[in-house]
Design a protein around this ligand. Structure first.
Ligand code: XUL
Ligand code: CO
Length: 446
């Protein structure tokens, strides 16, 4: 992979004065350059580009206007001003491919109606999607940029206020199915490597008016239908579920990694689905990102990552660009140790702050995020290669090498056997967990 994509401009240049972003190394003073991300640099067994498979999120980066619940748009991006939806979608795509290729990012991700506004009917929406995906095909071919995943926006339109696949009204469920069918078609047409289901409004605002069991049964049925359809169309990629505990619903059914794994197992969906773990969703669930990555990886289900960060003082999904290298090292240690992502990559599901109003801010944000990951990767690899980190952790479990312990761990002993062993061996010695020593390892290699 890598050897960077061609810069592809449309009829007009939307980011004039900004060229391809170079790697210049840590001493560079140039703000529009990478200090750590060097696509072709080999780290362990893969290049940086292969480890990460970075992707740009179409919605935040090209559709985000800076609105929040308290205020109007703060950005008038020049690609969002054309009157006619087709023209606007075309400008937006030109800006997108110009940005992605100037950044040297290999992938992008979209919801169906990020590409173009939804039409007044299903048929008109399908027609619009067909046309814009024709154009995306050309842009991908010209640039070498690829689609990491597609998804359907099943949460913005008012019809989905009570959910999509879990809606109590069958008419809405069927409408959602029609929409997912077209989103799958678009993903397949563009060679999408994966397809994502983020829970949107699949959850409840009040349990009083909700039949949770029925809604979960319907969700599973819906996912089975989507998989069956996509496989019949020849799609061989991975499906991902993206856990999130709350927002917009009070309670989202795909609460966290452990909940989703239980759901997939209960409804026989494990063969087709893996997880897309998002940093700020993990923290909303009162977990660390590292925790969610570990839960998914240990189950062999770590598919992809949505990179961003929350705010330690705020309890909502702030979706800021990642910048905490220490925490990223903890997550990348798990990734390296467990063999990396299964099919996916790292999508910047992150948005500029409302008061970051210039197109160039998109560059600063993505450069910062990619550099943070790249630096963390180098540190994590260093730790695994040169420190006693893994040995120290293994050492905490050394007592399980004894014959009695092995019999326990392999299911060969009874509770009485353990009791007898405990009585014969007396009170256990205290053993330090050495947390501070472990924590110091990361700082040492930073
Ligand atoms: C919402 C979120 C979504 C998904 C795609 O919090 O993360 O943007 O990533 O639907
Ligand atoms: Co996301």
């Amino acid at each position: 992979m890598s050897t960077r994509a061609q810069v592809v401009l449309g009829e007009r240049e939307f980011f004039p004065g900004i060229g391809p972003i170079p790697y210049e190394g840590r001493e560079s003073d140039q703000p529009l350059a990478f200090r750590w991300y060097e696509a072709d640099r080999v780290v362990g067994e893969k290049t940086m580009a292969e480890h990460f498979k970075f992707a740009v999120a179409y919605w935040h980066s090209f559709g985000g206007t800076g609105t929040d619940p308290f205020g109007a748009p703060t950005r008038q991006y020049p690609w969002l001003v054309a009157r006619e939806p087709q023209l606007r979608a075309r400008d937006k795509m030109e800006a997108a491919f110009e940005f992605i290729t100037k950044m040297g990012i290999p992938y992008y991700c979209f919801h169906d109606f990020d590409l173009i506004e939804e039409g007044p009917t299903l048929a008109e929406s399908a027609r619009r999607l067909d046309r814009i995906t024709d154009y995306a095909q050309q842009k991908q071919a010209a640039s070498g940029v690829k689609l990491l995943w597609g998804t359907a926006n099943l949460f913005s339109h008012p019809r989905y206020m009570n959910g999509a696949a879990t809606n109590p009204d069958f008419a809405v469920v069927a409408h959602a199915a029609a929409q997912v069918r077209r989103a799958l078609d678009a993903t397949i047409k563009l060679g999408g490597e994966n397809y994502v289901f983020w829970g949107g409004r699949e959850g409840y605002l009040s349990l009083l008016n909700t039949d949770m069991k029925t809604e979960l049964d319907h969700l599973a049925r819906f996912l089975h239908l989507a998989v069956d359809y996509a496989r019949r169309q020849g799609f061989e990629g991975q499906f991902f579920i993206e856990p999130k505990p709350a927002e917009p619903s009070k309670h989202q059914y795909d609460f966290d990694a452990a909940t989703v794994i239980g759901f997939l197992r209960e409804y026989d969906l494990l063969d087709h689905f893996k997880l897309n773990i998002e940093v700020n969703h993990a923290t909303l669930a009162q977990h660390t990102f590292q925790h969610e990555v570990r839960v998914a990886a240990d189950a062999g289900l770590l598919g992809s990552l949505d990179a961003n960060r929350g705010d330690y003082q705020n309890g909502w999904d702030t979706d800021q660009f990642p910048n905490n290298v220490y925490e990223l090292v903890e997550a990348l240690l798990i990734l390296l140790e467990t063999g990396g992502l299964r099919g996916g990559g790292i999508n910047f599901d992150a948005k500029l702050r409302r008061n970051s109003t210039d197109p160039v801010d998109l560059f600063y944000a993505h450069i910062g995020g990619m550099d943070a990951f790249a630096r963390a990767l180098l540190v994590a690899q260093d730790i695994l290669e040169h420190s006693d980190y893994l040995a120290l952790r293994r050492e905490r479990y050394a007592s399980f090498q004894s014959e009695a312990a092995r019999a326990f761990a392999t299911g060969q002993s009874t509770l009485e056997d353990l009791s007898a062993w405990a009585q014969a061996n007396g009170e256990p010695e205290p053993r330090s967990g050495r947390q501070e020593r472990f924590e110091n390892i990361i700082n040492r290699y930073l």
